[in-house]
Design a binder for this molecule. Structure first.
Ligand code: OGA
Ligand code: MN
Length: 280
């Protein structure tokens, strides 16, 4: 079926501070005609929900490609990545995904973090578990008092997977700690100054310490800003239905999976868009 060239984006706001639903039909989305508008809306709103759009894997990949450069996950993987905490389904990364239960940004170890992630629901977890939480780190930054903005403007923060390890395993073996530390650390700005001129907060469970301040001050800065950024005005918790697709702007949001039983069958399929801008 040919798609009319005057196809318009049909959207509704989820909350003033974060999120929009996109209500266009599958064919309109796959045509690519709305891609530029979708990219703009994603940057403005942080999170876009496509309720029960029901993409197949091939459609999700094709839709991802309309929006930018497809980022393969793992060697030569041009397909979707299965996201589940079930070790039977995902032996290689279920352990690493435990960190996704805490607020984070994807790919903080890369100079150029991915632009966006697209997650679709194949099997939801029982109601009341396994939502995905999102928060808008542009909006949270913008709403800070000027005095605090000035204070944090130039802070730099060491990030690493070894910081998130302690969230889900408070007493790891030394060998395990060293293994995680071996993955490396990255020094990132606390305030990301985007090319657009906007600024966002770079936080999350990978944040280990603010450089150049004492340990207690560092912890207060990171905890205080996380509490602020994830507070009600800037956050949204998505309850999944089969076939929902959600895209988040990984450069202006944090997200987390809310707790669920790893054996409940929850299954998400993920694709990613390659980053276009380094942390700076
Ligand atoms: C991710 C992620 C959260 C979820 O795929 O990067 O953090 O709810 N997922 O599964
Ligand atoms: Mn994630």
């Amino acid at each position: 079926m040919p798609v009319a060239t005057d196809t318009r984006l049909k959207t509704e706001e989820i909350k003033p501070g974060i999120g929009s639903r996109v209500l266009n039909a599958k064919e309109e989305l796959l045509s690519g005609a709305l891609a530029t508008e979708i990219r703009e809306l994603l940057e403005q709103r942080g999170v876009l929900v496509f309720p029960q759009i029901g993409f197949t894997d091939e459609e999700q990949i094709a839709f991802t490609r309309t929006l930018g450069t497809f980022a393969p996950e793992g060697e030569g993987n041009e397909g979707v990545t299965k996201i589940t905490l079930d070790v039977k389904e995902n032996p290689s990364s279920a352990e690493y995904l435990k960190g996704s239960l805490y607020w984070h940004i994807d790919g903080t170890r890369n100079d150029v973090p991915i632009l966006a992630s697209l997650l679709s629901c194949r099997v939801p977890s029982p109601k009341g578990t396994g939502n995905t939480g999102f928060c808008n780190t542009y909006a949270a930054y913008e709403a800070l008092p000027d005095e605090q903005k000035a204070e944090i403007e130039d802070y730099r923060v060491a990030h690493g997977p070894w910081a998130s390890l302690f969230y889900y395993e408070p007493e790891p073996s030394l060998a395990k700690l060293k293994g995680y530390q071996g993955i490396g650390e990255a020094e990132l700005p606390l305030v990301w100054k985007h090319r657009s001129g906007r600024k966002s907060l770079v936080l999350g469970c990978t944040a280990q310490r603010v450089l150049g301040v004492d340990a207690m001050t560092s912890a207060q800065i990171l905890v205080g800003l996380r509490e602020w950024a994830t507070s009600e005005p800037f956050s949204y918790s998505h309850e999944w239905s089969v076939g929902d697709l959600v895209i988040w702007d990984n450069t202006g949001t944090m997200h987390r999976a809310e707790a669920y039983d790893p054996t409940c069958g929850r299954m998400m399929h993920r694709t990613k868009l390659q980053g276009e801008e380094p942390f700076e």
